[in-house]
Design a protein around this ligand. Structure first.
Ligand code: SF4
Length: 334
């Protein structure tokens, strides 16, 4: 059944992962704006474009990128902005988009990880898009085998080395909106898994976890591979795939670690270190992002070597970061 207020097929922009089942149940097309921005060949130019429009230098490149990407995609008429549990910059972004006449819907992940409050938020979202519980449940059931396949892909990465860190990252990160086409994504994933299972097992010299928000660098995985290291744990993209899918939708989004406090993330990462036998972690941080402060607790609480790197604009790794990665992998190898 189509949404109450929107034509079927209307594109709905997402500033981060939200209960996408609701959007799909309404017959609408989710578009993860971060993925749309970073996949564009014009990603670098878009950041500059936002600065020319008046964005301060001291605002993170993802926010500027989303803003400029939306300017080039007027067909995305509705935007869901997560106003609690993601980024304080989203508030200002919402105001700018509203001034341009975009239809804005806000969603909050309660910081307290309270079941009742999250259930209320999801119900509000359902009411806004004109869908009911059974319709959403139907989509959840449709996505369940797909989420299982994503888990299988992750296992092929860390257990057997048949899937590279880059491939793992790309499939998992795309699960926030299933590349805006669930059926095509499912087909692509099935074909990929069939092919990956035929590959020989591989063992990297150094096993790494990549934690923190998705990096803005274009060649991080390839550079690490060249050093003999493989990323076998992509923390946040894995969370986007909902590995803790529960019995109901609320349970699934309560188990999702990213939007709440850092402690559930620490527990999740610590478990990955143990189960996946990680030699070390790379903590990616974004220039001008408040999440940089979390580095302190991550370093205090996690018991493997951590290298913190920082990126600014969409680009290849800079010389200094390359040198630091090389030295870090070298130490872990020894
Ligand atoms: S990187 Fe940080 S500041 Fe930038 S959008 Fe993400 S959470 Fe916000």
């Amino acid at each position: 059944m189509p949404g109450t207020n929107y034509r079927p097929g209307t594109k709905v922009g997402l500033t981060t992962t939200i209960p996408v089942e609701v959007i799909l149940a309404a017959g609408l097309v989710p578009v993860d704006l971060n993925n749309l921005f970073i996949a564009s060949e014009s990603a670098y130019r878009r950041v500059a474009q936002a600065e020319e429009a008046g964005f301060p230098r001291t605002v993170c490149a993802w926010i500027k990128g989303i803003y400029a990407t939306l300017l080039e995609h007027p067909e995305i008429t509705v935007v869901i902005a997560v106003t609690q549990g993601d980024c304080s910059n989203t508030h200002a972004l919402m105001e700018l988009l509203q001034a341009q006449g975009r239809d804005l819907v806000s969603f909050e992940f309660p910081f307290s990880r309270n079941r009742r409050l999250l259930a209320q938020q999801i119900e509000q979202l359902m009411a806004r898009f004109g869908v009911d519980g059974p319709q959403v449940r139907q989509i959840q059931d449709r996505l369940a085998p797909l989420r299982q396949d994503l888990l299988a892909l992750d296992e092929l990465t860390w257990q057997e080395g048949r899937v590279s860190g880059r491939e793992n990252f790309q499939f998992l990160i795309a699960s926030s909106d299933f590349n805006s086409d669930v059926n095509a994504f499912a087909e692509q994933l099935t074909a990929f898994l069939d092919q990956a299972r035929q590959r020989p097992r591989r063992t990297a010299l150094v096993r790494l976890g990549l934690i923190g928000i998705p990096p803005i660098f274009s060649d991080l995985f390839e550079y690490l591979q060249g050093l003999g290291a493989e990323v076998v744990f992509n923390e946040v993209p894995r969370q986007f795939s909902m590995p803790g899918a529960g019995e109901d939708l609320v349970g699934q989004y309560l188990a999702y670690t990213y939007p709440y406090d850092v402690f559930a993330r620490i527990k999740d990462i610590a478990e990955a270190i143990r189960i996946r036998h990680l030699d070390g972690l790379i903590h990616y941080t974004q220039n001008f992002c408040f999440r940089q402060t979390q580095d302190l607790l991550l370093r205090q609480r996690l018991a493997v070597p951590i290298l913190t790197i920082e990126g600014d604009r969409p680009s290849a790794l800079d010389h200094r970061t390359r040198m630091r990665l090389e030295a870090f992998v070298d130490v872990l190898r020894r």
